[in-house]
Design a protein around this ligand. Sequence first.
Ligand code: NI
Length: 227
Amino acid sequence: MMLHIPQVLSAPQVAECRQLLQQAQWIDGKATAGFQSALAKDNLQLPEDCAEGRQMGELILQALGRNPLFIAGALPDKVFPPLFNCYQGGQSFGLHVDNAVREVRGSGQRIRTDLSATLFFCNPEEYDGGELVVEDTYGAHSIKLAAGDLILYPSSSLHRVNPVTRGARVCAFFWIQSMVRDDGQRTLLFDLDQSVQQLNRELGPAHASCVQLTGVYHNLLRRWASV
Ligand code: NI
């Protein structure tokens, strides 16, 4: 399942991050690429341990922790500290699949990448190209979101970033290990959650069907979650 989560960061938060992104020291993005994806990757990135990156990462993780759509869609167990990249002057990232397991630098902690996330810091009209293109069984989906918005997509999918031919595309990207590793099960839980919430609004949460369906949700989550 792909999920667009609007306004993870507010306009003032985006402005604060853009200031930090401007003053930070950028390096070659191949630093965090696996062997195969290094062949396809051409961009700039902030070093994993830089102060600006840590500060923005904290801001993003706090915002996600308060975002009901993110929590319902990702059912997060562990979230990788966000990384930051920039594409400009024709830079791109060819078709690849993300590494299955990533180690958080310096912590020894490993995260299974169930979901990949991209958070946009620039508005679409600020640059040409730079679409994130994600392939699934329904074809290729082209994604270019407003500043502050986030896209979640299965890490198992092939994806690429089109060349940026004008301006710069600056984003945060990171991975999520979900309590429910299977994308199909996670999608069913999300659909059930969203429809139960809709019924709660229409019938009231004390309605017998709402109580029973909430129970079904939690009993499926109990069956499928590992924590
Ligand atoms: Ni990728």
